[in-house]
Design a protein around this ligand. Structure first.
Ligand code: TYM
Length: 322
């Protein structure tokens, strides 16, 4: 069975961009692959340095994985930090990675452009991510488009190590779904925690309705013809409407049969219908945190045994086993 691996960083509320870009793929593929899905807590640390908040966010991601329907019998769910071998591998990869390559990474370049303070964790982020992926010999890594460059760096790292020390790593493939590669946020930019333009997977009904009403539109009146391709409300409808509902909405847009306000109200209802069962499962998980921790411990045990075996091979290849 081929292996699937992916992770999410616990830096804030999980949102529908994460869901459609990545998590939905985890769900759809859980029967087809051997799955390793983790919480990238060490990746979060370069950004979030508040112990209470980090712990809360870690649990939140675990709840999200379970609330959307990932089955811990089919998916090894674990915390990145429970497998410290990954940071050991990141060191080995550091020694193979030219600084110039990391200077080309988007996240680093964005931070430089913004003049934000940059720690080594942010600079080295793609190397730790390569270690996450290559440690478990993943075949497929489902992600959103913003992770493409990181995947390319992981592929390059696998090839480089294999060339220098001999064949150890598989070269993994990214799996990015074109229609949801970049889910737009409330302001039309990529939905992202850092832009504060998200609809949270666990947002309340009221919050969703309130947020949806803030989506920016052009100034066309209720009866004017509208271009669905140019409207962000419509772009979000695509995620939640059935094909028939979407066709109907498209017709109404083109004929001037719907106002933006009505379209927003309809979108709010559709999002809430979609989120309701996820919210309900989350409530059950909130009173069952011990069970969640047990799932993560069991997952870590399995992931760690894979990592220990892999590190043995790697240590032999690089020459530190004498
Ligand atoms: P993170 O936590 O930023 O996002 C988690 C996943 O959600 C996807 N995503 C989106 N997809 C479509 N539209 C959007 N607006 C959107 N926003 C987020 C991301 O592409 C990602 O798939 N570096 C990773 C975490 C990570 C990882 C890994 C992933 C660490 N190690 C190894 C895969 C394999 C990150 O920060 O994702």
């Amino acid at each position: 069975m081929s292996r699937l691996l992916s992770g999410i960083k616990p830096t804030g509320d999980i949102h529908i961009g994460n869901y459609f870009g990545a998590m939905r793929q985890f769900l759809d593929l859980q029967n087809e692959f051997e799955n390793f899905i983790f919480i990238a807590d060490y990746h979060a640390l370069n950004q979030l340095q508040d112990a209470k908040e980090l712990s809360k966010n870690i649990l939140e991601i675990a709840k999200a994985y379970l609330a959307i329907g990932l089955d811990p019998q089919k998916v090894t769910l674990f915390k990145q930090s429970d497998v410290p071998e990954v940071t050991e591998l990141a060191w080995i990869f550091n020694c193979l990675t030219p600084i110039a390559e990391l200077q080309r990474a988007h996240a680093y370049k964005d931070a430089v452009a913004k003049g934000s303070p940059i720690n080594m964790g942010l600079f080295d982020y793609p190397v730790l991510m390569a270690a996450d992926i290559l440690m478990y010999n993943a075949d497929v890594v489902p992600v959103g488009a913003d992770q493409k460059q990181h995947l390319e760096m992981a592929q390059d790292t696998a090839k480089k190590f294999n060339k220098v020390f001999g064949e150890v790593f598989k070269v993994p493939k990214e799996r990015i779904l074109a229609s949801v590669a970049t889910v737009p946020g409330l302001d039309g930019r990529k939905m992202s925690k850092s832009y504060k333009n998200t609809i949270g997977l666990f947002d309340s009904e009221k919050d969703v309705l309130k947020k949806v009403m803030t989506i920016k539109t052009d100034s066309k009146g209720a009866n004017e013809k509208k271009d669905p391709a140019a409207d962000n409300i419509f772009a979000l409808h695509k995620l939640f409407a059935t094909p028939e509902e979407l066709k109907e909405l498209e017709r109404a847009y083109k004929e001037g049969g719907i106002s933006y306000k009505e379209s927003k109200e309809l979108l709010g209802i559709r999002i809430n219908n979609f989120l309701q069962p996820i919210r309900e499962r989350k409530l059950e998980l909130d009173v069952n945190e011990e069970k969640i921790k047990e799932i993560l411990v069991a997952g870590a045990k399995k992931a760690k045994s894979e990592a220990v075996a892999m590190m043995k091979k790697i240590r032999e290849k690089i020459g530190v086993e004498i």
